[in-house]
Design a protein around this ligand. Structure first.
Ligand code: ATP
Ligand code: MG
Length: 425
């Protein structure tokens, strides 16, 4: 038996109804807030990610699926969507039409990290990106949208953590202060953090190793080193969230694992999956568009972890999630003649918009009725030789046990009207 690769998985039919429901809910909310869908490739030139996410990040250093294609060009399965969306924005000069673009995309990402509960090597994200708006209102709005989405999916007990990472004006000064602090604590830091000190000192702040956590407990905070512009921006974000009753906590350890963030960074945390983990994260990346050879245009975005979200929604038991798809009409033909009629009617019914299933096995009525039960069919049509000859077919409603006579003249039209009437009630 050939099985999936480690960290990869199938989303099986019994789960796809939930996935579609989440996708639909997310699209609806995002579209109401002015977003349009964009679909981007799942492979890009490796340099796109190396350049945007940053050479010394976990993702680029050890998590990317990078291959040489047959001509030797280095290509990578996307580990995230923001870099691609920015590339697309720049490549298609979307800014020349209108610098303000709000784009969302839903799809798989690939990171070669250790698989565990809620962590896969192919996982899915809902991404939203806003270009061309520097106002803090949009930062608050993205957090509000996430809240709205999670609320609509029936989740509670989630908390937004927010921080400001400063900008190219104030961050260098902060890094100097932080590096001096880290030098003092060097003996207590893990090996990785020692490396981070030189290459990416900010990342030490969210190290999960207990000894680092302890050593960094009173590390300097970006928040105490923000320039006036960044401070005003952050204060406005907080004020708007207060006004809109969005719950949040300021978290000075929140730095996010990618290099391109500036100013606002946020995560939505849940404890529904055992250990505290993030269902969504995002932030501002005002320098990335120009970094990728576009004009100086501010931007901000978020990514929702779809797999984790689906798991929590499934646990919470959403109120209005759709039931799994069961047939509205199940056709049970008894004999050759019946099979042909049943087949033709089944096709016509499905084309007319009725979810139809039929059985081709030629087994006994008893076993076909068992299958109808198992499929949870709402109606069954038994086609027997005698019923056809006597023009006495009936469509049986499996829930109410009602029997509707079906004429051989216009069986399909009659079935459609019965089933649709039931649906409209
Ligand atoms: P984490 O701290 O959990 O590794 P991250 O900061 O690496 O998350 P982001 O790059 O911000 O994650 O991606 C946004 C969201 O995507 C995360 O909050 C999480 O829900 C989800 N996510 C990230 N990596 C995985 C994965 N390997 N499997 C499943 N979901 C993931
Ligand atoms: Mg990660």
């Amino acid at each position: 038996m050939i099985q999936t690769i480690r960290g990869f998985r199938d989303i099986l039919p019994q789960d796809t109804a939930l996935w579609q429901y989440i996708e639909k809910t997310a699209s609806e909310i995002l579209e109401n807030f002015g977003f349009q869908e964009i679909r981007i490739p799942i492979m890009e030139k490796t340099e796109l990610f190396a350049r945007s996410i940053g050479e010394s990040t976990d993702i680029v250093e050890k998590e990317m699926y990078t291959f040489a294609d047959r001509k030797g060009d280095s290509i990578t399965l996307r580990p995230e969507a923001t870099a691609s969306v920015v590339r697309s924005y720049v490549q298609h000069k979307m800014h020349s039409q209108d610098p303000v673009q709000k784009l969302y995309t839903i799809g798989p990402m690939f990171r070669r990290e250790r698989p565990q509960k809620g962590r896969y090597r192919q996982f899915y994200q809902i991404n939203a990106e806003v270009f061309g708006i520097s106002a803090p209102h949009i930062d608050a709005q993205l957090i509000l949208i996430l809240n709205e989405l999670l609320k609509r999916l029936g989740l509670s007990g989630l908390k937004a953590h927010i921080n400001s990472l400063g900008c190219p004006e104030c961050r260098p000064h902060f890094q100097t202060t932080l590096t001096a602090f880290l030098e003092d604590k060097k003996d207590h830091l893990c090996e990785i953090c020692i490396k981070r000190m030189e290459r990416n000192p900010l990342r030490t702040l969210d190290c999960k190793v207990p000894s680092c956590r302890e050593a960094l407990e009173d590390a300097p905070s970006t928040l105490d080193h923000l320039c006036t512009g960044c401070l005003d921006h952050f204060n406005t974000v907080k004020r708007l969230l207060d006004v809109q009753n969005v719950e949040y906590a300021v978290d000075k350890t929140l730095v996010r694992g990618l290099d391109y963030y500036s100013r606002t960074a946020f995560e939505i945390l849940t404890d529904a999956l055992g250990a505290q983990s993030a269902v969504a994260g995002g932030g501002r990346y005002d320098a990335l568009v120009s970094e990728l050879h576009g004009p100086e245009i501010p931007a901000i975005g978020f990514a929702v972890g779809f797999d984790r979200l689906a798991e929590i929604v499934a646990q919470a038991g959403p109120k209005d999630a759709p039931p799994t798809l069961s047939p509205e009409v199940f056709i049970l033909p008894l004999g050759e003649d019946a099979l042909e009629h049943g087949y033709l009617w089944a096709c016509e019914l499905a084309a007319a918009g009725i979810r139809t299933e039929m059985d081709f096995s030629g087994r006994s009525l008893k076993s076909l009725m068992k299958r109808a039960d198992r499929l949870n069919a709402s109606h069954v049509l038994i086609i027997g030789q005698r019923e056809m000859e006597e023009n006495s077919l009936v469509l049986r409603n499996m829930k109410t046990r009602e029997q509707h006579p079906i004429s051989m003249d216009n069986p399909v039209g009659r079935i459609v009207s019965i089933v649709q009437k039931k649906l409209n009630q």
